[in-house]
Design a protein around this ligand. Structure first.
Ligand code: ATP
Ligand code: MG
Length: 263
């Protein structure tokens, strides 16, 4: 049987800040079309992992393969153009541009390298941006200036901008942090539709309803190391995860949710 190349493979990925190993020899793979959830306490190394995978932060040791191609040490723009996009834990946008202009920038520069970037936007770039805005439901508000848009719209903007780069895999860092219950449902619906589109997703989230409800598989990090990898159902029964992260009360609540929502 021919084995499919994982869309992402991390081998011994390590990131050190001085003497602190924020990520310590981490191995995992992500299959095409999968939703992988990553959880863990504050400071576990989740964002650092995304920073290393997306090329924003230089890797200390290890190897990252994107669709079988070694991208270790590649520049962030090249990694994005090769099909890995991300969103950020803290809102990241060009605050003085409108939501539409932000997504147009992503569509213009996130897909292919251009030696002499011009200022004119071709119609295809505009169309790609409109489709991404439409996908996340921002079209009616696309004229708003990003810096003064509501938090939910800024979260949706990061998804639309990532989508406009035509990613194979999308890394989302706390996409519902600070959102209300109803707003969280909007983002949940968005992730489900991304999956339907065939986009592979890695989610970092502390909101366990979100993580457990969407993930096919979950990894829990603690001090830069994997302490759990398995199904969302297995997560809430794992004594180490309950000890260092969830707590008994949250674990019991999640068990109830899993019964009603399903993975
Ligand atoms: N640029 C940096 N320089 C030094 N230490 C850093 C740097 N960035 C992160 N760290 C440290 O690396 C560790 C992992 O941080 P990281 O932000 O990846 O955690 P996290 O799991 O995303 O946490 P949270 O859930 O709070 O977002 C922490 O101890 C943090 O203080
Ligand atoms: Mg973080």
């Amino acid at each position: 049987m021919v084995q499919e190349v994982p869309i992402l493979a991390c081998k011994g990925v390590t990131k050190q800040f001085g003497s602190l190993k924020a990520i310590n020899a981490l191995d995992f793979t992500v299959g095409r079309g999968e939703v992988l959830g990553i959880g863990g306490p504050n400071g576990a190394g989740k964002t650092t992992l995304f920073d290393v995978l997306s090329g924003l932060s230089p890797i200390t040791a290890g190897q990252v393969l994107l669709q079988g191609t070694d991208i270790t040490g590649a520049a962030p723009d090249r990694i994005c153009q090769q099909g890995l996009a991300r969103t950020f834990q803290l809102n990241a946008a060009f605050d003085s541009l409108t939501l539409r202009e932000n997504v147009q920038v992503a569509a213009r520069f996130g897909r292919q390298a251009t030696l002499m970037p011009g200022l004119m936007l071709k119609q295809d770039v505009r169309d790609i941006a409109e489709a991404a805005l439409e996908f996340v439901g921002l079209s009616p508000r696309a004229h708003l200036v990003a810096g003064s848009a509501p938090v939910i719209d800024r979260k949706l903007l990061m998804i639309a901008s990532a989508l406009a780069t035509d990613p194979e895999i999308l890394l989302m860092d706390e996409p519902v942090g600070g959102l209300t219950h109803g707003e969280t449902d909007v983002i949940m619906d968005c992730v489900r539709r991304l999956k339907t589109r065939g986009i592979t997703v890695i989610l970092i989230e502390h909101v366990m309803r979100f993580l457990v409800g969407l993930s096919d598989r979950v990894i829990i990090l603690h001090h830069g190391e994997k302490i759990f990898e398995g199904s969302p159902g297995g997560l809430i029964e794992d004594s180490k995860v309950v000890d260092v992260y969830l707590g008994a009360g949250a674990s019991a609540r999640l068990r109830d949710q899993l019964v009603t929502v399903g993975p």
